[in-house]
Design a binder for this molecule. Structure first.
Ligand SMILES: O=C(O)CCC(=O)N[C@@H](CCC(=O)O)C(=O)O
Ligand SMILES: [Zn+2]
Length: 340
């Protein structure tokens, strides 16, 4: 298995098609001294031979939604290049390919949206009743294990693509920090990745990035790199900046980044959760993310509630009337500035 993996680097493909091969943990060392640990299908970490206090501990997750293929293709390429020793990370890095069964059916999820199942939500209510709940728990444990020996330099970029077009094609959700200051270096890093729009979340959630942020004090983000496309249909030139900057993050001891003067910052104004089956959106299905509305415009309604724009220019993000009752159906955002 080791020889085959190091020859072709087919970790993702093996995880998807022969997951049983990775059911028990495997560790081995590459010829360049990098230690490889596989603790389950789609869960692989790389540790340089020697690491110091200034070594970064980086989690790159993708495919938490199985049809968001561009980040999966990017991570597949990094893992292949590291296994075949074409790329040598100088920091510790954990790659997580989240929802392997939903990749096979080209759907966001099989039974339940995995990105609402973190922070222990997987075990609440009915408990660990489906594969997505069990996987969310396994991914949390993988992150906890990975960050255990880590110093302060913890990072988690949870890579996604959005369902619809977006006026601001690439953007990141900065999880709620409970009063801690937002990190300008991280904004600069994201900007260098081509992600120049940042949404500051104002409340706890049960997303993967919030989990790493609140539980492990990691610099953590949900990063939206573009629009959902089937495997093989992504225009990879649109990801060139993200690919180059994340590659540099993995392989350079320190990144020299210009201050992000060009980042556009929004704060979340409304988190609208669907409460009734008749929840409906009051704008066209093809309305792009970040479309703004004038104050007073009816954005959505359902039995017992009407949701209107509270500010001129209040913009919609992630509208989705087809979510389960109780889940987020719409975010609205308004421009803001970063705290000093
Ligand atoms: O385009 C959409 O509607 C969803 C894209 C997506 O999966 N976004 C993440 C955002 C998570 C966060 O708020 O941090 C999600 O909905 O899980
Ligand atoms: Zn997603």
């Amino acid at each position: 298995m080791k020889a085959e993996l190091c020859h072709k680097g087919d970790f993702l493909s093996t995880s998807r098609h022969s997951p049983h091969l990775f059911e028990s943990a495997t560790e081995f060392t590459l010829q360049n001294g990098i230690r490889v640990a596989i603790t389950g299908p789609g869960i692989i970490s790389f540790t340089p031979a020697r690491w110091e206090d200034d070594t970064k501990h980086i989690v790159l997750s993708c495919g938490i939604h199985g049809n968001e293929t561009a980040p999966i293709e990017l991570c597949d390429e990094w893992v292949k290049n590291i296994l075949t020793e074409q790329v040598e990370p100088v920091h510790r890095v954990l790659f997580l390919f989240g929802n392997l069964p939903s990749m096979d059916i080209a759907k966001r999820f099989v039974e339940e949206n995995m990105n609402r199942l973190f922070c222990g939500a997987h075990s609440e209510g009915p408990g660990l009743v489906n594969a997505e709940r069990r996987r969310a728990k396994q991914l949390e444990e993988a992150v906890s294990e990975f960050f255990k020996p880590a110093g302060a330099l913890r990072y988690h970029y949870d890579l996604h693509t959005a369902i619809r077009e977006s006026k601001n094609e690439k953007f990141a959700v900065y999880p709620y920090l409970h009063g801690k200051a937002h990190d300008k270096e991280q904004i600069a890093f994201l900007s260098a990745c081509g992600v120049k729009t940042i949404l500051l979340s104002q409340s706890p959630t049960t997303t993967f990035s919030y989990y790493s942020s609140v539980t492990h004090q990691a610099h953590a983000f949900t990063v939206e790199l573009g629009k959902v496309q089937p495997f093989g249909h992504n225009d990879m030139s649109r990801f060139a900046a993200a690919r180059a900057t994340i590659s540099a993050l993995l392989t350079q001891p320190q990144l020299a980044l210009p201050c992000a003067q060009d980042a556009e910052i929004f704060t979340v104004n409304q988190v609208i959760n669907k409460q009734a089956d008749d929840f409906s959106l009051h704008f066209a299905d093809d309305t792009p993310n970040f479309t703004g509305f004038t104050k007073g415009t009816l954005l959505a309604e359902e039995t017992g509630a009407r949701y209107v724009a509270e500010y001129d220019g209040e913009a919609i993000v992630f509208p989705n009337a087809n979510v389960a009752v109780g889940q987020r159906a719409l975010l609205t955002v308004i421009p803001t500035e970063l705290d000093d």
